[in-house]
Write a protein that binds this ligand. Structure first.
Ligand SMILES: [Fe+2]
Ligand SMILES: [Fe+2]
Length: 310
């Protein structure tokens, strides 16, 4: 397994990414069964938040009388919407990498797709029915995002499982933070964010546990995991003006590096007991990972968000 990072760091871990995934098949199947049970219990549709047009007024208020969303709230929904809209490309990317993976992973992918498809439908319809933003402009942005597609340079199923575990946790955290900041402005929108967050956390758990099984069985798997943490970028980065959008949301306290540190790096670090596995990391990768964590931790400690957590 060889990979070159943006800064030239080479990951060359002497592990074969296939056999262990096959050996772990019974445990993966059991995790999928757990997921199905949890998912069936939730069993929600995006219409839960978007009643029939005749009932919309009672639920969301008359759109002609409702004040429009603030720029911060609108851009938060747009970030969510454009990220979730690109689902067909994520499905394609994962399906290609799972070709050689156990059947339960592919079956999970089908369930995951069905659950994820609710998310963009919810956000896009919410903006439309509450008459927020420019509908034509949004349609153009969605189309442009989809035309950009999404590709990953990841080559092996285990690596993409690490990536998706981190991505689902980040997405979960984004929705929780968004709900927290926007609950006063629009409590029903905050509820919708939390509903979606509930799906994301279930997805994360499935992938996180597969990662755990790997590193417990063979600790050298910590190398590709550390790699994915170090170079993680959200799949939504392909949307137009992603950097400006992210900076705007970070500046307004929706989601920034301090939230990423608290909810993702620090949380996943504990979940996977990365400290215990550090001796199995290639030296250069270990140094970079610790440096990366320290920088984020300092930033978190200086943030206003950190003072709300103490
Ligand atoms: Fe989603
Ligand atoms: Fe997700």
């Amino acid at each position: 397994m060889t990979q070159i990072g943006k800064d030239g760091l080479i990951l060359a871990a002497e592990i074969n990414p296939y056999p262990l995934l096959k050996e772990l098949e019974p445990q993966i199947e059991a995790l999928f069964e757990q997921h199905k049970e949890a998912s069936r219990k939730r069993d929600w549709g995006y219409r839960k938040f978007l009643p029939h047009p005749l009932e919309m007024k009672a639920y969301w208020g008359d759109p002609r009388e409702r004040p429009p969303l603030s720029q911060v709230a609108y851009q938060t929904v747009m970030m969510a919407n454009l990220t979730e809209q690109n689902l067909p490309w994520y499905v394609r990317g994962l399906a290609e990498l799972f070709k050689t993976a156990p059947p339960s992973l592919n079956e999970f992918l089908n369930w995951w797709t069905a659950e994820e498809s609710q998310h963009s439908a919810l956000f896009d319809s919410y903006l439309y029915f509450t008459n927020n933003g420019d509908h034509e402009e949004r349609q153009t942005l969605v189309r442009d995002t989809l035309r950009r597609g999404w590709e990953t340079d990841i080559e092996y199923p285990f690596q993409i499982i690490c990536y998706v575990a981190i991505q689902e946790q980040t997405t979960y955290a984004f929705y929780v933070c968004a709900a927290n900041v926007l609950k006063e402005e629009d409590p029903k929108l905050a509820q919708a964010f939390l509903q979606v967050a509930g799906d994301e956390i279930l997805h994360m758990k499935f992938y996180r546990e597969i990662v755990k099984l790997h590193i417990e069985a063979a600790p050298e798997y910590i190398n590709p995991l550390a790699w994915e943490m170090l170079y993680f970028e959200m799949p939504g980065q392909v949307m137009p003006d992603y950097k400006e959008r992210s900076r705007f949301l970070a500046k307004h306290g929706i989601f920034g590096p301090e939230h990423f540190y608290h909810y993702v790096v620090s949380t996943m670090w504990k979940e996977w007991d990365i400290t215990k596995h550090l001796p199995f990391l290639k030296e250069e990768l270990r140094e970079r990972l610790l440096k990366f964590r320290n920088i984020l931790e300092k930033r978190y400690n200086r943030s206003a968000f950190a003072s709300t957590r103490r």
